[in-house]
Design a protein around this ligand. Structure first.
Ligand code: IDP
Ligand code: MG
Length: 141
């Protein structure tokens, strides 16, 4: 059986703050397999496909600007329950509300900015994971 997969992004704030190693350490310590990994600056096409569900929301222009302004790291993780498991490691969207012990709760905070900077993205369902892996790693499809 193919293990469950999820698409994770270490967002530009994670790269700028030198937190790639700390976040990947948490993923590996949890026991998930990293089956693909690459760093690059996202294109507008990738970001509009990735964040299609948020188009039209007030924070959308700020979101695309934040995600495209500097390099990010994209990863595919594998393992039983990895979609929910990574979301649990990441914590709540708003870093002020994210529980201590989570990536966002321990390492992120709120700033006076139009978009929430919260270090990581993780797919929220099997359908999103398949769609997002196709955007960031089309060669894996
Ligand atoms: P998630 O990343 O926890 O799945 P989503 O609701 O999918 O959260 O939102 C995508 C990203 O958009 C968030 O991670 C955050 O960077 C940003 N975002 C979400 N909601 C807001 C908001 O209400 N204000 C500003 N930025 C937001
Ligand atoms: Mg989301």
């Amino acid at each position: 059986m193919t293990p469950q997969r999820t698409l994770v992004l270490l967002k530009p704030d994670a790269v700028k703050r030198g937190l790639r190693g700390e976040i990947i350490r948490r993923i590996e310590a949890k026991g998930y397999t990293i089956s693909a990994l690459g760093q690059r600056t996202a294109t507008d096409e990738e970001l509009s496909a990735h964040y299609a569900e948020h188009e039209g929301k007030p924070f959308y222009p700020g979101l695309v600007e934040y995600m495209g302004a500097a390099p990010l790291v994209a990863l595919v993780l594998e393992g039983e329950g990895v979609i929910a498991g990574f979301r649990s490691l990441a914590g709540a969207t708003n870093p002020t509300e994210a529980a201590p012990g989570t990536i966002r709760g321990d390492l992120a905070r709120e700033w006076d900015l139009p978009v929430i900077q919260n270090l990581v993205h993780g797919s929220d369902s099997e359908e999103s994971a398949a769609r997002e892996i196709g955007i960031w790693f089309p060669e894996l499809d």
